[in-house]
Design a protein around this ligand. Structure first.
Ligand code: HEC
Length: 131
């Protein structure tokens, strides 16, 4: 009798745990940000070097006053292709690039965090609209 009750309890607790984990939403798709959100992150994560007069200005420029100018710069440099291949993400996450001045390929600093990369990839997959 005691054993049966114990087993029942165990089943109940286990079953409840399964139900709760099903509600946990761990398999949800990442929320797709707007370009305004991506641009805000870009300003803080990339703008220090990718700015007019900055060390990385030749590749693209984050205009801290204009999201539209920034968008044009990124598009002109062809930094958005697909979520997996876009140099904006691949290089920003610490990939390789060819310096504008020529010479051997260099490793880019990992300025793009993994969570930002996931978020930016969702924006690109959704069409990388300017808003
Ligand atoms: C500490 C400085 C620094 C920061 C911050 C920085 N970069 Fe760069 N990045 C560079 C330099 C230097 C280059 C090469 C510039 C050159 O060759 O003229 C470069 C080049 C690039 C390129 C060009 C790759 C190619 O194939 O031509 C991309 C894309 C890029 N960075 C993305 C990013 C992104 C995205 C961020 C922010 C998440 C970022 N960078 C932040 C220094 C930086």
């Amino acid at each position: 009798m005691y054993l049966a009750t114990y087993a029942q309890r165990l089943l109940c607790v286990f079953g409840l745990g399964m139900m709760l984990s099903a509600c946990g939403g761990t398999t949800e798709e990442p929320a797709t940000p707007t370009y305004t959100e991506v641009y805000a992150q870009m300003k803080s994560a990339c703008g220090s070097c990718h700015a007019t007069g900055g060390v990385a200005a030749k590749k693209f420029v984050v205009d801290s006053a204009s999201s539209a100018n920034t968008y044009t710069s990124i598009k002109a440099a062809n930094l958005i292709t697909t979520a997996d291949a876009s140099p904006l993400i691949v290089v920003g996450k610490g990939g390789m690039y060819t310096p504008a001045a020529g010479g051997a390929m260099m490793t880019h600093p990992k300025n793009l965090t993994d969570s930002m990369a996931t978020s930016w990839a969702a924006w690109i997959t959704a069409g990388a609209a300017q808003n």
